[in-house]
Design a protein around this ligand. Sequence first.
Ligand code: SF4
Ligand code: SF4
Length: 197
Amino acid sequence: MNIVRKVRAVEKLFKTLEKDILKLQEKTGLHCVDNCIKCCTTSNITASALEFYPLAYYLHKHNLADSVLVNIDQINDPKICPVLNYMSTENRRAGCMFYEQRGLICRLFSYNYRTDKHGTRLIAACKTINEEQTVLVANANRILLTKPLGPKATAYYQRLQFIDFKEAQKQYPIGEAIRIAVESVVTYFHYSGKKVV
Ligand code: SF4
Ligand code: SF4
């Protein structure tokens, strides 16, 4: 599968995931805290380059790939996400600069469930949501006792593997995953001579 087809396949997966997340949010009321960027600043986020192909494609299409690569070099720490805006300014809120194109790990933060060793389904909410939305979390877990609701993270990782098994398995610190994705897309278009559409 060429890189453009992978981009489209990952985008399709994200569309399904978004619907699943929306269902979870609507049924439980769970929501991110305003202006919170804690999950994006966690130091041990790992991701595949594959899940960032849509971001890389978008950056290349909008002539932003070079500036992100320069940013990655300047940060010089693969554990730091290069597309996170840390500070709110007059024109821009703190948060992901390319929210629509964020990776699978980013989409699943807090909005997925897991099963414990007894097979009990539990919402995998972050510390902030667990602390600030205790009633909603308890309600979500009550619903999950009776039926699955929202995304199961492992199922989505499996679906990513269907797109490209090897690439989905290779996990990198987030800055490195994004760098590999951007370089792969830029290189593909450079050598294929194809135009971004
Ligand atoms: S998932 Fe949790 S840590 Fe991340 S932005 Fe939402 S509330 Fe904040
Ligand atoms: S890509 Fe966006 S959502 Fe994901 S860690 Fe970076 S800033 Fe956060």
